[in-house]
Structure formats: structure tokens, C-alpha cells
Write a protein that binds this ligand. Structure first.
Ligand code: FAD
Ligand code: FES
Length: 399
């Protein structure tokens, strides 16, 4: 417990920092504080050490604007993940005060834990995707968090299920890992893939999907249905966008009936408009919500975070103990808590997994979008420490 003298010293220091901030003297992104007498100093290090270093073993160009990076742990350690999960890359870029965090889904087979592949498609004006697509090279090293995420299919050799995947553009990446897992590890299960792209040259994994579908070892268990806005000479593809009408027509053509059939699971991943259309098609066909899984790479209307204009005081309550810290302008609850030695949990560090959830009991925060909180989480006061930036003095309860 803090003494009255200790509390006064903390208040004085915090007031001094707030004044400095108002005068334009900004502290470094993370405030280095002496370790808390309450929380063991090793805790922050333990959490931070969850970032691993991977080396780029190979760069494969998939399309004009997409590359696959094969990543290995230079110390030879395994890289386990569940098909459908993603890794968070910490990418230092010129002009950015801290590394940018971006999620990329594993696209390789989980059955080979000696490496993982991630596939990155450049988005217009995208800082990290453009940088990696243009500059990633074998031998470079990357700091990586994860794996994270629950858009997953845990392989079950005894399962007999039908995975119906609806993917657009780079949304194929987690679907690819799931497809590989089903074909390799579930002999009685099958996959139907509706895959939308602009044109044939922009199809990521076109050749690999054709190879998997033709492999006699998979005995017709993969049905790939391409939908292209401009199909050109690729006459096997349907023409159009993956909108609700096309999704319904393709499901009919694949012999997938309306309603919720036992053992049928729908996975949707792609640009937001495509996801909304696909979901609408499934709902119209009477598919129950619990049979539909979705992964969002970006929010419906991706909002810029309204960064806190100034440093804010934050009280973190955990295990009956309160600790006061200052969150520097633009910094997160997680960064400030870890810097003060509070053993906050984290995994993806970019709003994608929920591992860092805490309860906001006072104050207001801005949160980066997209993130994995649902309406009921928000209503209950849950915030994600890794993307929450206090806009006013705040108090949070950490598990
Ligand atoms: C769970 C998860 C898994 C992901 N997996 C993959 C993956 O396997 N492969 C992959 O290529 N990407 C994936 N992403 C998207 C990736 O994390 C980045 O958001 C994307 O690479 C853009 O980052 P950037 O720094 O280049 O763009 P930014 O500089 O952050 O943004 C530049 C502009 O592009 C817009 N934008 C940002 N992201 C997207 C997007 N995904 N689509 C369209 N517009 C966007 C922004 O609104 C902004 O206008 C995933 C995202 C999540 C949340
Ligand atoms: S650590 Fe994954 S959401 Fe915050």
C-alpha cells in the first residue's frame, strides 16, 4: 500500500509532467519509471519478451502487389499456430516514433512448425504493406507477436464437416491455412471456396489452389470457384463481384442448400463490402449466426484514432492494489502500464485478440479501429489496453 508521503510525491511528479506537457515539453513515448514496489519489476520484461525475432528466409512474389514471406526462428525454435490465426509484426519505419503494428495471417500449413508464411497485399497508401511488398528481403529480421485470433479451425482427424469459405483478395490468407489443414488432417471433411478478385493476374495462390484441388490425395475434397470482375481468358471463372446475389448463385451451383445444415461452417474474410454482402446472403438463406465466422482486416469505416491531445493520469487497479501512472500524449494504457511494471496481459498488441482487455471504471478513452470488441463488451465497459488512449483522467481494473 502506498503511504501518504509516497502518494504526495507521485502527485507532485505527475503534476510536473502535466505542466511540462502543456508547455510543449513532451516526454519520451514511454515514461521510464522506477519499478513499482507492488508489482515485480520482471513482469514488464516478461510480457515484452513475448515478442519473438523471426528471419525472412524467402520472399515469393504472388502477384504484382502481393508477396509471401517465409519466416523462421533463427534459433530453430518451432512456430506453432492454429490454422486461421495471425501474427503481429512490429515494423520500424522512418519518421515513426515507435514500430507500427500490423497483423498478417499465417497462410502456410500448421503441420510444419519449422516456419510460417505470411502473405501481404499492398493497400493504397499503406505504410507497412507498401514497405514490406517493396523492401522485404531474405536475411532481414522482424519482431513478431502472437499468434493470436479466434478465426480458427482446430483440426480434428475424426471430423466430417464441410467448410464453406468466402474470400476476397488478401482475405484468402487465413482461409489458405484452414484449407491446407482440412485437406491434410481431416480425411472426411471437404472445402468449398468462393474466391473473388479483380482479374486473373490478381489472384493470390491461384496455382497453389489449382494444385491442391487436382491432388489425387485430396480426392475431390476441394472445390474452388473463382469470381472475377474481369475474367478475361479465364473462362472457368464466374464474372462479377462477390455480392449477395453472386454468393447465393455460387452456393446453389456448388450444391450447398439453404438453411443450417449440421457440419457446415462458413468462414468469411475479405474487403468489408464483400463481407457484408456474403453475410447478408447467408442470413437470407437462413444460416444460423453460430455457423458463420468472420475475420475483419479493417473496420467498416476505419476511423483515425483521435489521439489524446495531452498526457493523462491513469489509475490501474489490479489484485486490490492501485497504481497511478501518467500516459504520455498518444500512448496507450498498455504501454504506460508495462512501463510502470504492471504485468498486463497482451498478445497481438494491435486490437485483434482481446488478451489485454481491462475494464474502464472512470474516464474516457479513444480506441483504434478495427478491434475485436463486440457491442456487449463495449456496453460492459471493456476496453483493449493495447489500443486505448486516455482522453481524460482514467481508472481501469485489470485482471
Ligand atoms: C486480424 C487481421 C489479419 C490480417 N491479415 C492480413 C493478411 O494476411 N494479409 C494482408 O495483406 N493484410 C492483412 N491484414 C491487414 C494488415 O494488418 C494491414 O491493415 C494492411 O497491411 C494495411 O496496413 P498499412 O500500414 O499498409 O496501411 P495503413 O498505412 O495503416 O493505411 C493506409 C490506408 O489504407 C486503409 N487500409 C488499411 N488497412 C486496409 C485493408 N486491410 N484493406 C483496405 N484498406 C486498408 C486505411 O484506412 C488507410 O486509408 C490483417 C488485419 C487484421 C486486423
Ligand atoms: S493484445 Fe490483442 S487486443 Fe490487445
Amino acid at each position: 500500500m502506498r503511504t501518504a508521503t509516497g502518494r504526495l510525491a507521485t502527485l507532485r511528479r505527475d503534476a510536473r509532467m502535466l505542466l511540462d506537457d502543456l508547455r510543449g515539453r513532451h516526454p519520451s513515448p514511454l515514461i521510464a519509471r522506477p519499478p513499482s514496489p507492488v508489482y515485480p519489476p520482471s513482469s514488464a520484461a516478461d510480457s515484452a519478451s513475448r515478442a519473438r525475432t523471426f528471419e525472412i528466409a524467402a520472399v515469393t512474389r504472388e502477384t504484382a502487389d502481393a508477396v509471401t514471406l517465409t519466416l523462421r526462428d533463427p534459433s530453430g525454435l518451432a512456430i506453432p499456430f492454429v490454422p486461421g490465426q495471425f501474427f503481429t509484426l512490429l515494423v520500424p519505419l522512418d519518421g515513426e516514433p515507435t514500430p507500427l503494428r500490423r497483423a498478417y495471417s499465417a497462410s502456410s500449413s500448421h503441420l510444419d512448425p519449422t516456419q510460417v508464411t505470411i502473405t501481404i497485399k499492398r493497400v493504397d497508401s499503406g505504410r507497412v504493406s507498401s514497405h514490406l511488398v517493396e523492401h522485404a528481403a531474405p536475411g532481414q529480421r522482424l519482431s513478431v507477436l502472437g499468434p493470436s485470433g479466434d478465426f480458427t479451425l482446430a483440426p480434428d482427424p475424426t471430423a466430417a464437416r464441410h467448410i464453406v469459405a468466402i474470400a476476397g483478395g488478401s482475405g484468402i490468407t487465413p482461409i489458405m491455412a484452414i484449407t491446407r489443414a482440412v485437406l491434410a488432417g481431416e480425411p472426411a471433411s471437404r472445402v468449398t471456396l468462393l474466391y473473388g478478385n479483380r482479374d486473373a493476374p490478381s489472384i493470390i495462390f491461384a496455382a497453389e489452389l489449382a494444385r491442391l484441388a487436382a491432388d489425387p490425395a485430396h480426392a475431390g475434397r476441394l472445390d474452388v470457384r473463382h469470381v472475377l470482375e474481369d475474367r478475361g481468358a479465364f473462362t472457368a471463372a464466374a464474372t462479377g463481384r462477390l455480392d449477395a446475389t453472386t454468393v447465393a448463385a455460387q452456393l446453389d451451383a456448388a450444391g450447398i442448400g439453404a438453411g443450417t445444415a449440421a457440419g457446415v461452417i462458413y468462414f468469411i474474410c475479405g474487403p468489408e463490402p464483400m463481407m457484408a454482402e456474403a453475410r447478408a446472403a447467408l442470413v437470407t438463406r437462413g444460416v444460423a449466426a453460430e455457423h458463420i465466422r468472420e475475420e475483419r482486416f479493417t473496420a467498416p469505416a476505419r476511423r483515425q484514432t483521435s489521439h489524446a491531445p495531452s498526457a493523462q493520469p491513469l489509475t490501474i487497479r489490479r489484485a486490490g492494489v492501485a497504481l497511478d501512472v501518467i500516459v504520455p500524449a498518444g500512448s496507450t494504457v498498455l504501454d504506460a502500464g508495462l512501463a510502470a511494471g504492471v504485468p498486463l496481459k497482451l498478445s497481438c498488441a494491435m486490437g485483434g485478440c482481446g488478451a489485454c482487455a481491462v475494464k474502464l471504471t472512470a474516464g474516457e478513452v479513444a480506441m483504434d479501429e478495427p478491434n475485436c470488441l463486440g457491442p456487449s463488451d463495449r456496453a460492459a465497459g471493456t476496453i483493449l489496453a493495447c489500443v486505448a488512449r486516455p482522453l481524460s483522467p482514467c481508472t481501469v481494473e485489470a485482471p
